[in-house]
Design a protein around this ligand. Structure first.
Ligand code: CTP
Length: 434
């Protein structure tokens, strides 16, 4: 376990049912040798007691701006500054609204207003409250102000029969975000001064997919004819791998389901290696739920209906040429895009074409049930298949965007940045559809 020795976190607890999860968060932070000071809003007292919080932090629990003892011992300005990070969890709709409005009508909001440290907000509320335009406006404002927002996650609510976007993200994911913002084991240089805002500026770009799961398929599939021969295609897997790297850089948990390629596992990505289309479908389904799914694999459309278990021996002349009966492979993109439950909120497919690119891609968008199709011309003359560059068109219900020729890495970065920026729209639409 990584420790964050000598790091100090102020945890501002809002009044939500998910507050109990913060007790575990405190324990995990303490295990990592982080000093945790907790500020509880008045509403938080309805869900957990200062006594249990204090027992875990081994520190005084701060509750009231006008408590003279608190102010004498450590004023709210010092509380706001003597730390490396402020975490707000659970961040209720009310707390988000007060933060976005710059209020300072209790200790929690006063600390948030007085701080010059990075702020990580972990919202949790009813899905309707989260989707409400006022809340979305407040979240957009906070993001514009440089506040880091983690989640909320999709799932069941504490209220019976309620499900959707609104759950507090799980503690391990909060810990990962904290780690990203305050750094890992820095015992050696914990006391060394850091340039102001170094962490927050770097992570402003990097944490937009924190708490999100991105599923990616990449590479070709090999469909066996017999134990030594197979049907394949020229896909190198480069574009899919580049997308996995780009998603991980934005803070996402990434599962890359890869067909046989000669590329190394990208760092920080869960790679599941498969061979056939059937295995790729199974691995992709097993990786769900995911918030975003990108189907970049060049899946073989057909497989040999009955592959031989022994090597086929060469017969004599024309009569000896084996006749291969083919059967259709499952369409992985189409299957996952049409799931009733557990469909990723944003489903992105690719269309590799050699003629009438846009018309074919448009039909694919509809037929496969994808939200976006990234269309590219893979005619041999383009050098795209197996090469390092790509020229793509992004199609969605809203229209078509043609991107200039660029490296596959740049296509990946731009695609994931775009997906991150538009994700909340698709999450909201998905919740409404379910
Ligand atoms: N795809 C898939 N499973 C398949 C075939 C394709 O998931 N069995 C996905 C690809 O990963 C890609 C998209 O569907 O995102 C389009 O793939 P493409 O090969 O361009 O289209 P096909 O469905 O094979 O159609 P066609 O052969 O007519 O071009």
């Amino acid at each position: 376990m990584k420790t964050f020795v000598a790091k100090r976190v102020v945890l501002i607890m809002g009044g939500g049912i998910a507050a109990y999860k913060c007790l575990d968060l405190i324990r995990r932070l303490r295990e990592r040798e982080v000093q945790v000071r907790v500020v509880m809003t008045a509403a938080a007292h309805h869900f957990v007691t200062p006594l249990s919080v204090g027992a875990l932090t081994n520190e005084r629990v701060f509750t009231n701006l006008f408590d003279l003892d608190d102010e004498r011992e450590i004023g709210h300005v010092r509380l706001a500054r003597d730390c490396d990070l402020i975490v707000v969890a659970p961040a209720t709709a009310d707390l988000l609204a007060r933060m976005a409005g710059g209020h300072a009508n209790d200790l929690a909001t006063s600390v948030l207003l007085a701080t010059d440290k990075p702020i990580l907000v972990v919202p949790a509320m009813n899905p309707h409250m989260w989707m409400n335009k006022a809340t979305q406006r407040n979240v957009a404002q906070l993001k514009a102000d440089g506040v880091h927002i983690l989640g909320p996650a999709i799932g069941e609510m504490a209220e019976r029969g309620e499900a959707g976007v609104g759950r507090l993200v799980e503690v391990p994911e909060i810990l990962m975000a904290v780690e990203r913002l305050i750094g890992g084991d820095q015992t050696a240089n914990a006391a060394a001064p850091r340039p102001p805002h170094d962490v927050s500026m770097a992570s402003q770009r990097q944490d937009v997919l924190t708490g999100r799961h991105v599923l990616i398929t990449a590479g070709p599939t090999h469909e066996p004819i017999d134990p030594v021969r197979y049907i394949a295609n020229r896909s190198s897997g480069k574009q899919g791998y580049a997308i996995a790297v780009a998603a991980a850089r934005l803070g996402a948990r990434v599962t890359l389901v890869s067909g046989p390629v000669s590329l190394p596992d990208p760092a920080g990505v869960d790679v599941v290696r498969v061979v056939t289309a059937a295995e790729m479908l199974e691995a992709a389904q097993a990786a769900l739920p995911a918030d975003i799914a990108v189907f970049a694999a060049a899946v073989a459309d057909w497989r040999v209906a009955k592959p031989k278990s022994e090597k086929i021996k060469k017969g004599r002349g024309e009569a000896g040429v084996p006749k291969l009966a083919l059967t259709e492979n499952p369409d992985i993109l189409k299957t996952i895009a049409h799931l009733k439950s557990r469909r990723p909120a944003l489903v992105i497919g690719f269309a590799a074409e050699t003629q009438t690119l846009v018309a074919h891609a448009r039909r694919k968008l509809k037929r496969k049930g994808a939200d976006w199709i990234v269309a590219n011309d893979v005619s041999p003359g383009t050098g795209i298949m197996g090469g390092d560059r790509n020229t793509v068109h992004l199609l969605s219900a809203a229209g078509i965007e043609s991107w200039p020729d660029m490296s596959k890495d740049k296509v990946a970065e731009r695609l994931m940045a775009r997906a991150a920026a538009d994700l909340s729209h698709y999450l909201t639409a998905r919740t409404a559809a379910e």
